[in-house]
Design a protein. Sequence first.
Length: 157
Amino acid sequence: MADLFDLKVEEELAKLGAVKEELKKACPYGHPLFIDMVLRATILHSMKNKDYAGGGAPLGNFTRRSAKAGVYKTGVVNGVDLSDTVQVMLWDVEKQLDAAWWMRVKGNKAAVEGVSKRLWDVAVYALITMCLLSDEETQAASTEKAMKAVVDEMRVR
């Protein structure tokens, strides 16, 4: 049975009918449900992020969590650095995958979120992680460019 959140997602998805048709024309060779799933993940990200980010930085909840974890960290354990936002995100992905896998292995019925809902979270988390990695690469390139400019300036003097 669909809950209120699911109904809201369906309502938002219905508004994107024209977008979905254009995507199907542009990308005709994938699984028939894939475009719906990508659009659904986009809607889920936006709806949940309204609560998580509260109008602040779009991925602020993840950077806040990693900053908090970094305060409590007593050192890097087996290479895990919880002040690294990407590592925190991947940990969240693993948590959801493990829960989904264990429910499936044991044949348990979910009390709150079943396998499908957990996999939706995994899909959205994976896309958010790719956004974080892209931001890191952009920042690294910007830093490298700034450093090169400083070195070039020093050579001129």
